[in-house]
Write a new protein. Structure first.
Length: 157
């Protein structure tokens, strides 16, 4: 009985906190700034891809509409031109996605590093023994997400 009482007493002293990491990342000023930066950085390429997609659609509609009345060589040339443009579009689209993902990962790595530093600072300042991020359920009384977001906002780069 004495051992059980000591174990329960030790557990009562443990301070546990919870941080909704996804919410911190979504709501942090740094993440908002990074999103805007990436949008601006990739805006021209995105617009170029949109123009190319419209051009492909126009070419396809023209081919479907005029193919029956075209000469065989003209139709083949138009189809070849369409296929080349389609391959070029797919290649540019794939490169765009890869470059965007790479840049997003770079930006997020810096944000995660900052978030983890802030979580540790809040935990140490408020004397938490354990901070968890992935849980099925956490009581609002142990949720320190707002404190972390506020601390991130106070230290905006």
């Amino acid at each position: 009985m004495l051992f059980l009482g000591l174990a329960m007493s030790a557990q009562a002293e443990v301070r546990i906190g919870f941080v909704n990491a996804q919410r911190v990342i979504n709501d942090s000023p740094q993440a908002v700034k990074a999103k805007k930066k990436l949008e601006k950085e990739f805006e021209k390429r995105d617009q170029d891809l949109s123009r190319l997609a419209k051009q492909l659609q126009t070419m396809q509609e023209g081919l479907e509409k005029n193919a029956p009345t075209m000469a065989e060589t003209e139709r083949r040339n138009k189809e070849r031109e369409f296929n080349e443009l389609s391959r070029d579009f797919q290649r540019k689209q794939r490169e765009f996605r890869e470059d965007l993902n790479l840049r997003q990962n770079e930006e997020m790595a810096a944000i995660y590093e900052r978030v983890n530093k802030i979580i540790k600072q809040v935990a140490e300042a408020e004397k938490f023994d354990l901070i968890v991020q992935e849980v099925v359920y956490a009581s609002p009384k142990i949720d320190i997400t707002e404190k972390v977001i506020k601390s991130l906002g106070d230290g905006t780069k």
